[in-house]
Design a protein around this ligand. Structure first.
Ligand code: 3HC
Length: 712
């Protein structure tokens, strides 16, 4: 190799080591980096002209993004994976045991093996930049921190704070990292290098490496030093993990165990547990699926939904949002807090605008109370939001998102009004879940600039955005919508303008089937429990209450009209809506609500539907009917080109409806089961429950040809 990964300069006796992995956008700890690092480090250890070491990254936005995930995909056996982890531990042990102080200067993303690297250093200086984020996301890949992270993190910031980070795999920003004691100093990026050098000089003069201990606090320390207190923390953490993962994800429990072994039996035992468990987890099906999702999501970040080079994104600085209801306010608030653009929110009367603005400020208020935002940033971002009831102030908007009532005529009228005032070249997006974009854009002066942006509720939290070009939408408009969606923090899939688009299309038969089950008297709790056990975050009945039964009624009506008998709505929805049960928002639905809190299933539903509760339906039957209805529809929609690739379909299902990530998505599930088996099961379901289960042609052909969605 011509280019070295690590550049070393000696500055007054401090070796400054800069990592810059050639030809890669981020630094990662791959085999080559580990090998070179070991050599470089041995030389530094032996060099008497070196009193201390500063470690820096040469990449603009990353310190180190972790171990090389690509390498994990090559691993064939548990033993091989164990070796990867053990080698990483050994390399970081060299740093930790070096007799000269090592200072990490962290700017940008510092994740997984990258944070473990920083933890092995003796002192950490962080840049206060927003780009700086520290975390151990391994569990999100079905793994655990396997290079000493389960050992060093609790020793540095205390047991509870460490478990919070390790078990959820969430990263923290610089300021929080400083509060936790994860970094020892926090400085602007401009003086990061200088500060780290000064620290290295200072530490090299001290005989013992001294650090201020912060973060864990008095109570934290008391608890950590007390074996009974620790046991309590382990057991609470274990309980919370079990309830969150439903037993589907082995990684967090394994990580908890490695932390426990390390603290109770010493670091050496902890490291052994860590590499053993890492080896075991790396070859699990769960981890393989989660890694596939990581690469799928990463590839999606670069896919604008049009052939490369065919469209140019407009830079959005000012946007309009029409309709200040729950959706509109959510879009406005997320646009301000994530994309930091000026947002003008319009509605028909000032009262509604005021309510919308208040709701839009929600994410900012939360940022302030959680100390993610300074008062200054809060004030600045709040000032980006304004409201209006007329058409003033939209003349310079590059983007308008309409989120008014789902009514074709109203939507057309709003579009016509805005076409009058919007500057040339701007983009007009409509947030609809059911109305074809083509029909909204029909008759528009500039249909090439009209596009669908289907956000999910609540906008701030839901990670997916469907972008739907109409027949005449041009490439610039598509790319603009996709890029802006990403700036709002969303994973974006570009889908075909076909009823229900992707997410609601595959959800529709699933929800209908839940209705059929209910109509047969299947207990509400049995239906929901079966699907949460399968891995969905909520069951279909609870989802119905959350979405709103009237909303579901409308959507299912549209789907029925478009697709006919197969998607005939289950005969329960009308009765429920007729009884005034609209779900959580009305305080009455299929569950009971008291003061806004969800209680158990509402038993009076069965009488309303004129059915007897039937306990005997087995969970296997419930699962099969619900799941296969969705699988069949998904295969059919792929065949119709609703999504551009199986990857988009699976990621859409996972991020849009919470399809269990560890199963890889509905299309992966079909591959895993084989199309032939899915066809068989669908045929027997059709024989028992009716032709709605008839396997679609796409699936039958796939079975005949023995094809997969992902030929690997
Ligand atoms: N391994 C391999 N490739 C990685 C990587 C990693 N840890 N992190 C990033 N990349 C690659 C991406 O695949 C992408 O490759 P491509 O250009 O060929 O498509 C490229 O780097 C740039 O990544 P993004 O497009 O995602 O860039 P962003 O700036 O949007 O995001 C990031 C950067 C936040 C670092 C994001 O890539 C990320 O979250 N990476 C994964 C971080 C992670 O999970 N680390 C833990 C790894 S496991 C581990 O360390 C085990 C240890 O405990 C032993």
């Amino acid at each position: 190799r011509l280019m070295p990964i690590f550049q070393v300069t000696n500055e007054d006796g401090v070796a400054v080591v800069t990592m810059d992995l050639p030809g890669e956008p981020v630094n990662k700890l791959n085999a080559a980096a580990k090998a070179e690092f070991t050599q470089v480090f041995a030389a530094l250890a032996a060099d008497s002209n070196v009193k201390a070491v500063v470690f820096l990254s040469g990449k603009p936005g990353t310190f180190i993004a972790g171990a090389d995930i690509e390498e994990f995909t090559q691993v064939k056996s548990r033993e091989e994976a164990e070796v990867l982890s053990r080698d990483g531990q050994a390399m970081l042990d060299d740093i930790a045991h070096l007799s000269k102080p090592v200072v990490a200067a962290i700017h940008g993303v510092c994740l997984g093996g990258g944070l473990e690297f920083a933890l092995a250093c003796h002192y950490r200086v962080g840049s206060s930049d927003d780009k700086t984020q520290l975390g151990l996301p391994e569990v999100q890949l079905g793994l655990l921190p396997g290079a000493g992270g389960c050992q060093r993190l609790p020793r540095l910031i205390g047991l509870r704070a460490a478990l919070d980070m390790i078990l959820a795999g969430k990263s923290v920003r610089a300021r929080k990292a400083y509060r936790l004691g994860l970094v020892d100093e926090l400085v602007p990026q401009s003086i990061l290098r200088r500060t780290a050098l000064a620290a290295a000089h200072r530490l090299s003069r001290d005989s013992v490496v001294k650090r201020a201990k912060r973060g864990t606090g008095f109570m934290g320390l008391l608890l950590d030093r007390n074996p009974l207190g620790r046991r309590l923390v382990y057991s609470q953490a274990g309980k919370s993990v079990r309830s969150k993962t439903g037993g589907h994800y082995p990684a967090p429990l394994a990580a908890l165990d490695c932390v426990r072994v390390g603290l109770e039996k010493g670091m050496a035992a902890g490291l052994v547990a860590e590499h053993r468990e890492f080896g075991r987890l790396a070859v699990t099906d769960v981890s393989r699926k989660l890694v596939q999702i990581f690469f799928g999501t990463t590839a999606l970040k670069k896919d604008d939904g049009v052939p490369r080079g065919t469209g140019t994104a407009l830079e959005i600085r000012r946007m309009g949002v029409v309709g200040s209801g729950f959706m509109g306010a959510g879009i406005a608030g997320t646009a301000v807090s994530r994309a930091q653009v000026e947002v003008r929110l319009k509605d028909t009367d000032l009262g509604r605008v005021a309510i919308g603005l208040k709701a839009a400020r929600g994410p900012l208020d939360k940022g302030l109370t959680r100390r993610r935002l300074t008062k200054y940033d809060y004030a600045r971002q709040v000032a980006l939001l304004s409201g209006t009831t007329d058409m003033t102030g939209f003349g310079r908007s590059e983007l308008v998102v309409e989120a008014v009532f789902e009514d074709l005529e109203v939507k057309r009228q709003v579009l016509a009004e805005f076409e009058e005032v919007l500057p040339g070249g701007s983009v007009y997006a409509t947030n609809t879940s059911t109305i074809p974009i083509e029909r909204i854009a029909d008759g528009a002066a500039h249909p090439e600039r009209v596009i669908g942006m289907h956000f999910f509720s609540p906008v701030e939290k839901m990670p997916l955005l469907e972008v739907i070009p109409g027949k005449e939408t041009n490439a610039d408009t598509i790319v603009t919508a996709v890029h802006f969606g990403r700036r709002m923090g969303k994973t974006v899939i570009v889908v075909r303008d076909h009823p229900g688009f992707w997410v609601n299309r595959i959800l529709s038969p699933y929800m209908n089937e839940a209705g059929y089950l209910l109509k047969e008297g299947t207990p509400i709790e049995a239906i929901d429990r079966t699907m949460t056990r399968y891995g969905f975050p909520v069951g279909p009945i609870a989802l119905l209450d959350e979405v709103g039964i009237d909303v579901a009624q409308k959507a299912s009506g549209v789907m029925y009209q478009a697709f006919g008998e197969r998607l005939r709505p289950a005969p329960v929805i009308d009765a429920l809506v007729g009884d005034g049960r609209l779900g959580r928002k009305s305080g009455r639905g299929l569950y009971r609500y008291e003061k806004g809190k969800k209680k158990g299933p509402d038993q009076s539903v069965y009488r309303l539907l004129g059915v007897q509760r039937r306990e005997e339906v087995s969970p296997e039957t419930i699962e099969e009917r619900l799941l296969y209805a969705m699988l069949n529809e998904a295969a059919m929609a792929v065949g119709e080109g609703v999504v551009r690739s199986p990857r988009d379909g699976d990621i859409g299902a996972i991020f849009g409806i919470g399809f269990p990530p560890f199963r890889g998505g509905p299309l992966r599930v079909i591959d895993t089961l084989s199309a032939a088996r899915v066809v068989d099961v669908l045929q027997s379901l059709a024989a028992m429950y009716g032709p709605r289960f008839t396997p679609c042609d796409a699936l039958v052909e796939q079975a005949k040809a023995n094809r997969k969605f992902y030929p690997d």
